[in-house]
Design a protein around this ligand. Structure first.
Ligand code: ADP
Ligand code: MG
Length: 327
């Protein structure tokens, strides 16, 4: 779809989130963890945007800034045209309902002993979205929308399978009809078949409810499968952003290429020909990231300039951006 015809739901500009590192008995600040280091992106209404990268690259921190669980160090975040990055807790109150989060672990993010109906119904009461008469119907409807039997409202989380628990988490998130849902690695650690079912559920919900979603994952293939566009993140920065298809067919950043090369393909012939690039070294420490391009110490095509200058995220094709001077 042509981007110019779509409406921007979220716009993130120059977002930074630095955490102080404190030492000693006086808890003096001795440095900063640059968890998110100046990123820009937009999320269109009714789009799933994937944010993909290794553990520690800054995905969760980005999600927590956008949902304003964190107040960013700097930068701006617009939600439906309203700047929310510097809002106070009081100002955020009417906004809270608009952003939902599905966490990685449904067991620690919801009270395990509580009944499913109460878990899903809670946000309806908190946000005064029910007059009482249709409360039960609304819960049944929400359970139905995530593929669960409405009779499950009387069960507790402990009685459910991991996949069912995550469905409950999705239903709870959807209850206040948020305009943005942030899914933080929602299926990692689950059986592959359960993962597939949940991913397909999100896909269906995007269609049926016009869901807009920021999907955080370490799994590039999954990110590409579920998302309309994918942003690849490395060491607190976005290194490449493109439509899923374009990223699959024409990856340009050396880090994206390395990630793709590390992903097994189901076709045995193709799989035997797959050229696996092993990146030397480890992901950088966000307290002391490399100068210039954060990826340069591990990059197979780095030149002198990469040590000095941060490459801008530049447009190289329709809806395709890359932060590499050599790409
Ligand atoms: N509250 C915090 N205080 C200090 N450092 C943090 C905090 N949260 C995350 N970090 C650090 O920021 C970096 C990015 O973390 P995170 O956003 O959780 O990455 P991801 O979700 O991609 O695995 C990591 O180095 C992590 O250790
Ligand atoms: Mg995370």
């Amino acid at each position: 779809m042509n981007k110019s015809h779509q409406e921007i739901l979220v716009e993130v500009n120059n977002l930074k989130m630095y955490f102080p590192v404190r030492r000693g008995i006086f808890r003096r600040k001795v440095g900063e963890v640059k968890a998110v280091d100046d990123i820009d992106f937009t999320i269109m209404r009714n789009e799933i945007l994937g944010l993909v990268g290794e553990s520690g690259c800054g995905k969760t921190t980005t999600g927590r800034c956008i949902s304003r669980l964190y107040k960013p160090t700097s930068g701006s975040i617009f939600l439906e045209g309203t700047e929310i990055s510097a809002m106070s807790e009081k100002q955020l109150k009417p906004i809270r309902r608009s952003i939902g989060i599905v966490f990685q672990n449904p067991y620690t993010s919801m009270p395990p002993g509580q009944r499913v109906g109460n878990i899903i119904g809670n946000p309806l009461i908190t946000y005064h979205l029910t007059d009482g008469t249709e409360y039960k119907d609304r819960i049944a409807e929400l359970l139905h929308s995530v593929g669960l039997d409405p009779a499950m409202a009387n069960r507790t989380l402990t009685e459910l399978s991991p996949g069912q628990r995550q469905r409950v988490a999705i239903a709870r998130t959807l209850a206040p009809q948020p305009s943005l849902v942030i899914c933080d690695d929602p299926v990692s650690g689950m059986d592959v078949s359960v993962q597939a079912q949940l991913i397909n559920l999100l896909d269906e919900l995007q269609e049926s409810l016009g869901l807009t979603c920021l999907f955080l994952t370490r799994d590039l293939a999954m990110g590409q499968y579920i998302s309309d566009r994918v942003a690849v993140m490395y060491s607190g920065r976005i290194v490449e952003l493109a439509t899923s298809r374009e990223l699959c067919e024409n990856p340009l950043h050396p880090y994206t290429r390395a990630l793709i090369s590390a992903t097994p393909v189901p076709d045995p012939v193709l799989e035997s020909k797959r050229h696996y690039t092993v990146l030397p070294g480890e992901a950088p420490d966000p307290v002391t990231p490399p100068t210039g391009c954060h990826f340069h110490p591990r990059c197979p095509i780095a030149v002198g300039e990469c040590h000095e200058e941060r490459p801008p995220l530049r447009e190289v094709g329709v809806d395709h951006y890359v932060a590499c001077i050599k790409a």
